[in-house]
Design a protein around this ligand. Structure first.
Ligand code: CO
Length: 214
């Protein structure tokens, strides 16, 4: 059997298992989705959003890219964010990075990889912003881990800088945006405690004028 055929077989087994647990499992999901969470995570195969949070199909709207970035010119991310916030009206947006992230590690190096260098550049900007703190950490593994955390925090702040999030905050006092880091070595998610649902901690220059009430 070819490797990919194994996936299709496992799919059939999964369907049978779900139906055995609940014969209406798929009927319930077929017509609508009302997830309460948007997950912005790394594309890394070791960090599957649903599996590590114990959530089922229908519970988490997911966007993944290399190093869980919130890049303001990324039409894909902006579209997912707009849909999740304004149509699905999720209550929480979670940026989840992970220790051992290849994208973050690459951003600490000088090697050219290819087209992806232009994506990695955004992560290098985070290093520059926190240069003094990071350079003061002698142990390279520790420095990399802190860089992972700082990168997640900056992506949370970048969410707050979007008109999508600011308008939603004004309109409905949400969503909360959160920054988490997953440890691929032990499976535990750490909350970086940078959650926010208003612009009170945001530098003035990023704040948009409030929408007129209609
Ligand atoms: Co990664």
């Amino acid at each position: 059997m070819k490797k990919y055929e194994q996936l299709l077989l496992q799919n059939r087994a999964w369907v049978q298992q779900k139906l055995a647990e609940d014969k209406d499992f798929f009927n319930k999901l077929a017509n609508t989705q009302k997830p309460d969470f948007l997950w912005i995570g790394c594309a890394d195969s070791r960090v599957p959003a649903n599996e590590i949070t114990g959530t089922a199909p229908g519970e988490v709207f997911v966007h993944r890219n290399i190093a869980n970035m919130v890049v303001h010119t990324d039409m894909n991310m902006l579209s997912v964010l707009d849909y999740a916030v304004n149509v699905l009206e999720v209550s929480h947006v979670i940026v989840c990075g992970h220790y051992g992230c290849g994208g973050v590690r690459a951003a600490m190096m000088h090697k050219q990889i290819g087209l992806i260098d232009n994506w990695i550049r955004h992560i290098k900007d985070v290093y520059r912003m926190h240069n003094d703190e990071l350079e003061a950490i002698a142990d390279m593994k520790e420095r990399e881990n802190r860089f992972v955390e700082l990168n997640v925090m900056e992506q949370v702040y970048d969410l707050g800088k979007t008109s999508i999030i600011q308008n939603a905050w004004q309109k409905r006092g949400g969503p909360y945006v959160h920054g988490w880091v997953y440890d691929v070595g032990n499976g535990v998610i750490k909350d970086l405690k940078v959650s926010m649902n208003d612009d009170s901690d945001m530098p003035e220059v990023y704040k948009f004028e409030k929408m007129k009430k209609v």
